[in-house]
Design a protein around this ligand. Structure first.
Ligand SMILES: [Zn+2]
Length: 424
C-alpha cells in the first residue's frame, strides 16, 4: 500500500533545485515550485535526490551469521554455514530478514534479490519493513533423490502461497549452484520459471577451484554447460561470474543474462577480484552490483560495495579510467532495476518512486564539483538521510520507524541461535 500522494519540496536533482510529486507510488511531476495538493508534504531541505540502490544478490536470512565464519576459504565456510543452517527456524528467518531490511534502508537500498530458506517468513519481514524484494525458492539437493522430489513439491506449493504476497514482493526460483543441484532439478527449475514468467537466480563461477573441478568432470566451463541446458537468458540473474573465459563472456552477453558483481564477498573469501566488467558490458550482459550475504561480506552496504568495485577495477587493470562513476552508479541502481523488471532506478516522471535523499551538508561534499564522486569516494552511507519506497517514506532524518524493536529482537535471536549451535 502506498501513501496516496507525496510532495517532496526543495530537493536537488542533477544539480538543479526542484520539487517532486508522487502519486500512487509513481513519480508524477518534477518541477520548480509545484503547486499541488498532497496527502503528505516532505521538506527536502536542499538535499540531493537520486534513485535508491538495488542489491542484486544477497541472502538476507544470513544477516545473523555476521561474524560467525571469519577467515575461512569458501569450501570450509560452506561447511560451517551448512552446519549452522541445521538449527534455523521461522523466528530466526523473520528477525534476520527484518535486520537485513533495516540495514539496507539505512544505507539507501530500496530493493533486493534474495536467495535463502523459508521465504514465506522472509516475505512477511519484507512486507513489514516496507521494502521491495525478489525472494527466490532455493534448490540445493546435493544429489539426494528424496530431496530432489521434495524440493519440486515445496517450490510449487510456495509459488501458490506467494500469490497473496504484497505486489512489492516477487517470487522467483534459485538454483543454488551447478555443483549443488542435480541436472534434473536445474532443468525443472528453468522450465518452471519460464512457464510462470518468473526470474531464475543462481551462482556461477565464484571460485577458480569450482571451475577447475567442473571442467575436469564435464569438459566444459560451468557457463557453457548452463547455456547448453537453457539456464542463461534475460530472465536469469547470475551472481559472481568471476572466473570466465572469453567464450563464457560471449555466452552471458549474447543471452542478455544479468550478472552481479559481489566484490566485497569475493575479496573477503579470497575468491578473486578480476571481474570482467568492461568485457561483460561490451558483450551485452546486464552488469549489476550486489553485496552477497552478511556471512561472507559482513554488511549490506551498496555504496561501500560500489566503491570497492571501482577501486579494484582501476587497480587490476592499471587504468584509472576503468569503471567511471556514472557507469558504477548505473550498476547499483537502474541496471539492477532492469534485471528485476522494475520501472525504477531513475528519477524521472513515470518511474516508480524508489528514491533516496542525500544530505550534502557535510565536509565530504565540499567542494561541490562532483556529487557522484563525493558520494562514492569521499562520503560514507550515513549521508543517506531519507529513503522512499513505492512513494512511502521509510526513513527520514536517518530514522526508521520501529528500528529499536528490530535491533532488540534480532539481538535476542542471535543469542538463541548461538545457544542452539553450541548444543549440537
Ligand atoms: Zn551468494
Amino acid at each position: 500500500m502506498n501513501m496516496g500522494t507525496l510532495l517532496i519540496r526543495n530537493v536537488v536533482r542533477d544539480g538543479v533545485p526542484c520539487d517532486i510529486y508522487i502519486k500512487e507510488g509513481v513519480i508524477s511531476s518534477i518541477g520548480r515550485g509545484l503547486d499541488l495538493e498532497a496527502d503528505t508534504v516532505l521538506d527536502g531541505g536542499g538535499k540531493t535526490v537520486m534513485p535508491a540502490f538495488v542489491n542484486m544478490h544477497t541472502h538476507s536470512g544470513m544477516t545473523l551469521f555476521r561474524g560467525i565464519c571469519e577467515d575461512m576459504p569458501l569450501s570450509r565456510w560452506l561447511d560451517a554455514v551448512w552446519k549452522a543452517e541445521t538449527v534455523l527456524d521461522d523466528e530466526f528467518i523473520y528477525w534476520a530478514t527484518r535486520l537485513a531490511c533495516l540495514e539496507m534502508i539505512k544505507t539507501g537500498t530500496v530493493s533486493f534479490n534474495d536467495m535463502y530458506w523459508r521465504i514465506d517468513k522472509a516475505a512477511k519481514a519484507v512486507e513489514d519493513s516496507g521494502m521491495r524484494a525478489h525472494l527466490t525458492y532455493c534448490f540445493l539437493d546435493g544429489g539426494d533423490n528424496d530431496r530432489q522430489r521434495r524440493q519440486r513439491e515445496e517450490c510449487t506449493a510456495m509459488y501458490e502461497v506467494s500469490r497473496v504476497w504484497s505486489p512489492r514482493v516477487q517470487f522467483g526460483v534459485s538454483v543454488h549452484a551447478h555443483y549443488t543441484v542435480c541436472d534434473d532439478n536445474m532443468l525443472w527449475a528453468a522450465d518452471f520459471v519460464r512457464k510462470h514468467s518468473l526470474l531464475l537466480h543462481t551462482h556461477i563461477s565464484e571460485t577458480r577451484s569450482e571451475n577447475e573441478s567442473h571442467t575436469a568432470r564435464y569438459g566444459v566451463s560451468p557457463t557453457r554447460r548452463l547455456a547448453d541446458m537453457g539456464l542463461l537468458g534475460r530472465d536469469v540473474v547470475a551472481a559472481h561470474t568471476l572466473w570466465l573465459s572469453e567464450e563464457d563472456v560471449r555466452l552471458l552477453g549474447e543471452s542478455g543474462t544479468t550478472v552481479v558483481h559481489n566484490i566485497n564477498s569475493n575479496l573477503k573469501l579470497a575468491s578473486g577480484y578480476r571481474f570482467l566488467y568492461n568485457e561483460l558490458r561490451d558483450a551485452g550482459a546486464n552488469v549489476t552490483m550486489g553485496t552477497d550475504g552478511c556471512g561472507s561480506s559482513n554488511n549490506l552496504d551498496m555504496r561501500e560495495a560500489l566503491k570497492t568495485a571501482a577501486l579494484m577495477q582501476k587497480a587490476w587493470r592499471e587504468d584509472p579510467a576503468a569503471l567511471p562513476v556514472d557507469e558504477l552508479l548505473a550498476m547499483g541502481t537502474r541496471n539492477g532495476a532492469k534485471g528485476l523488471g522494475l520501472n525504477s532506478g531513475v528519477v524521472e516522471e513515470g518511474a516508480l518512486a524508489d528514491l533516496i535523499l542525500v544530505d550534502t551538508d557535510s565536509a565530504f561534499f565540499i567542494p561541490e564539483h562532483n556529487f557522484k564522486a563525493n558520494l562514492i569516494y569521499a562520503a560514507n552511507s550515513s549521508c543517506i538521510d531519507t529513503l522512499i519506497c513505492d512513494g512511502r517514506v521509510l526513513m527520514s532524518g536517518g530514522k526508521v520507524d520501529g528500528e529499536k524493536e528490530v535491533l532488540a529482537r534480532a539481538r535476542e535471536e542471535a543469542g538463541r541461535f548461538i545457544r542452539k549451535i553450541n548444543s549440537i
